[in-house]
Design a protein around this ligand. Structure first.
Ligand code: SDX
Length: 375
């Protein structure tokens, strides 16, 4: 028997939700290439596709969007909860605390009931943007902006965060970012979610646990750290030595590398193109720094199969959309609610409790020593 560290390369489920070819840099959601979805779809339609396995009819989609928008309003008790938190609480911690409370508003009879899957999905997709935007306003001592259901999902989030209506272009760009972050097979946070739901805990508990997993800097937390790393660079001439320094200290370069992709992450490519277009309209020195950083890092890491991943460019784009840096990973979580819910729903068909084993290498028949006799 051997230990499979990090379960690298070990399949733990069968799934038809998304597909990655790490050598060719391919990502498909329910068989549709990610590029086609970014080009033609919108985030809520992609969420429906991921969770229910097909693109919705016009009427199905109308009902789904209206059910999500109904949940943009959150109960005042949740706002009161937020107002009790220390103002410097990281929004990922706020999110991890708030999501389980949503279950107080839905009597979850049985997690196996498809009604719960739908109810939890529309409630979390509705509540999470409002919780995050409310937290941004409360923690900055600004007035909370109520949701505006007449705006698109992406526009409404930016409006609640910034307090002024975004342009349609900004709303569309943000919506495409959500599509890119919605799903990615069995990554660490999705695995966390299905482990939790395999005990028949509800979707709110599963998603809250997944938020905790995503917050780590080896996973979704990287996007925030990429922004800090690039923002500290004052002179592009210093970039090669900065990279050399990190590699010498065996430091992982944030936004680079991936367990599956051994070539350029297709999502990073799309984000870079969107950023390039936006940067021609708005002066953006950070994009220039990122481009040079990418070139210099690839010179040293490309041959090892280490390329930019989704987290390398996302933060610069969010910064241009006026989203504060500590909300970059929470935005990732907001989008990934679709993928987490899809996998929880799919896994319940198999419904096998996750309980791996171990190779024990400790002692046996060791006796208790009273405190006064211990060394
Ligand atoms: C996400 O899984 C998903 O799908 C996740 C995600 C999703 O959508 O859900 O795509 C989102 O989490 C993207 C990844 C964001 N994380 C980062 O950007 C953090 C920096 N990246 C690394 O920590 C790393 O690349 C991982 C964790 C992402 C993947 O690493 P692995 O597969 O566990 O490989 P490893 O850490 O064992 O590294 C193997 C070798 C090592 O060299 P040696 O010790 O063998 O000489 O590659 C090197 C590592 O040093 N390496 C890096 C590196 N990543 C790997 N060296 C420098 N910088 C890096 N970023």
């Amino acid at each position: 028997m051997k230990v499979y560290s990090g379960l690298a390369g070990i399949p733990v489920v069968k799934s038809s939700i998304s597909y990655i070819d790490g050598e060719k840099g391919i990502l498909e959601y329910r068989g549709i290439p990610i590029q086609e979805l970014v080009e033609n779809s919108e985030f809520l339609e992609v969420a429906y596709l991921l969770v229910f396995g097909k693109l919705p009819t016009v009427n199905e989609y109308k009902k789904f969007v209206s059910d999500v928008k109904k949940h943009l309003q959150i109960d005042s008790s949740i706002i009161n909860l937020l107002e009790k938190l220390p103002l410097n609480t990281h929004p990922m911690k706020v999110l991890q605390s708030a999501v389980p409370v949503f279950s107080a508003f839905e009597d979850v009879e049985d997690v196996l009931d498809e009604k719960h899957h739908y109810n939890a999905l529309v409630r979390m997709l509705g509540h999470v943007p409002t919780v995050l935007a409310s937290w941004k306003r409360i923690s900055n001592k600004e007035d909370v902006i109520p949701p505006d259901g007449s705006l698109s999902y992406g526009e409404n989030f930016l409006y609640m965060m910034r307090g002024e209506k975004p342009s349609k272009e900004e709303g569309d760009i943000f919506d495409k970012c959500l599509i890119l972050h919605a799903e990615h097979t069995i990554n660490a946070s999705t695995f966390t979610a299905i482990v939790v739901v395999s005990t028949l805990a509800d979707f709110y508990s599963a998603v809250s646990s997944a938020v905790g997993s995503l917050s780590g800097r080896l996973h979704g937390g990287a996007n925030e750290r990429v922004f800090y790393m690039l923002s500290e660079i004052k002179n592009t001439e210093d970039i090669p030595s900065i990279i050399e320094e990190k590699l010498k200290k065996k430091e992982r370069i944030m936004g680079f590398g991936h367990r599956i992709y051994k070539t350029y992450d297709p999502r990073a490519k799309i984000l870079k193109d969107m950023l390039k277009k936006l940067s021609t309209k708005k002066e953006n020195s950070l994009y220039r720094i990122a481009e040079i950083f990418e070139r210099e890092a690839l010179k040293r890491l490309g041959s090892k199969g280490i390329h930019p991943n989704i987290d390398f460019y996302s933060g610069i784009l969010y910064n241009m959309l006026g989203i504060p840096v500590q909300f970059y990973t929470p935005v990732f979580a907001m989008a990934r609610i679709a993928g987490w819910t899809a996998h929880c729903k799919e896994y319940l068909k198999e419904n096998k409790l996750f309980r791996p084993t171990q190779i024990y290498d400790g002692g046996h028949n060791i006796h208790y020593i009273p405190a006064e006799k211990r060394k």
